[in-house]
Design a protein around this ligand. Structure first.
Ligand SMILES: [Zn+2]
Length: 89
């Protein structure tokens, strides 16, 4: 089956929580809404298609939480999405 491999290649510290992942409250800290508790935001990714190779930036979109949206893909085509490793380690 066609495989789409996603690699998270670049991150930055979440400016909202300064990398803590929460609001720093001493009692029952709340999860940071911007990074969802991860402390880091995704700034760059690589998407490799088993058919077309490395996809140009115009073929996908992503957000700071690491959600990836493939563009111009045939909805009828089946493919498996693989995340190369857990970006939040
Ligand atoms: Zn945060």
């Amino acid at each position: 089956m066609r495989t789409i491999t996603i690699r998270y290649t670049s991150f930055r510290e979440c400016p909202n929580c300064e990398g803590r992942g929460d609001d720093g409250a001493p009692w029952r800290p709340a999860e940071c809404r911007r990074c969802k508790g991860r402390g880091r935001l995704v700034t760059d990714i690589e998407v490799e298609d088993s058919v077309d190779g490395l996809l140009p930036r115009s073929r996908y979109d992503f957000n700071a939480l690491g959600e990836v949206y493939l563009l111009d893909f045939d909805e009828d085509e089946e493919f498996e999405v693989v995340r190369a490793r857990d970006p939040w380690g």
